[in-house]
Design a protein. Structure first.
Length: 228
């Protein structure tokens, strides 16, 4: 699929006219990244932003003692690096391909000039970017105020809502999931086992069936789950 046709399926550009998609396609650059490739590092100049076409990318920070904290897992059709790019700042975190990945890159100067020429492009993108800001705010709140079982329940419900199914697939490994939720893999394993015993979920490899969504929603909003 060429760049122009790819842009039509990206939510960030949903609702744009064909002529606007055409202009965006002229400035977009397609890049391929092998699994494990660093796309940008914390402190690099944000000279543009990316939209993922295929694969997955993790956004993460590394503490002084070498501990990794995953902030977000980027899925296909999602943008990343857009906030520092538009703000003219440096990337505040790292981005690494966790699968073989294809992404479109939009140079900062080119996209800003395009928006100056056609402000409706910026207005169209604002809704999705605002939604992503709310999601990031929820993540920060979850990491600081919720216990790990609550975070895991909320994460599974989020995938269920996004994929519109109660039979979800954990598309990242347990170590990555633990880093995303601010814990360790052993704790994730204990919580999943306890959820199975409580008949909240059924686990088959990476696939998880949400059996009692109401109980999971109550857990996500603060109910307790004893994992001892």
């Amino acid at each position: 699929m060429d760049i122009k046709n790819s842009l039509k399926y990206i939510p960030l550009f949903k609702g744009l006219f064909d002529r606007q998609i055409e202009e965006l396609s002229k400035i977009a650059m397609r890049y391929s990244f092998l699994k494990g490739k660093i796309i940008f590092s914390e402190g690099d100049e944000a000279d543009g932003f990316y939209v993922l076409l295929s694969g997955r990318v993790k956004i993460f920070k590394v503490s002084r003692d070498g501990k990794e904290q995953i902030l977000h897992i980027i899925e296909a059709q999602e943008p990343f690096g857009e906030v520092p790019a538009f703000a003219g700042k440096r990337f505040p975190a790292n981005a690494e391909a966790i699968e073989d990945t294809i992404a479109l890159f939009f140079p900062r100067e080119s996209i800003i000039q395009l928006m100056k020429n056609d402000p409706s492009i910026a207005l169209n993108m604002l809704a999705l970017l605002s939604q992503r800001l709310r999601q990031f705010t929820d993540l920060v709140e979850g990491l600081s105020l919720k216990e790990v079982p609550q975070r895991l329940a909320a994460y599974m419900l989020l995938i269920s809502e996004r994929e519109k199914t109660d039979n979800i697939e954990l598309n990242i490994n347990k170590k990555q999931l633990a880093s995303l939720l601010g814990t360790i893999p052993e704790t994730i394993s204990r919580i999943l086992a306890k959820m199975v015993v409580k008949n909240l979920i059924d686990v088959n490899g990476k696939r998880i069936k949400l059996i009692d969504k109401r109980a999971l929603e109550e857990l996500a909003y603060g109910a307790k789950l004893d994992i001892q």
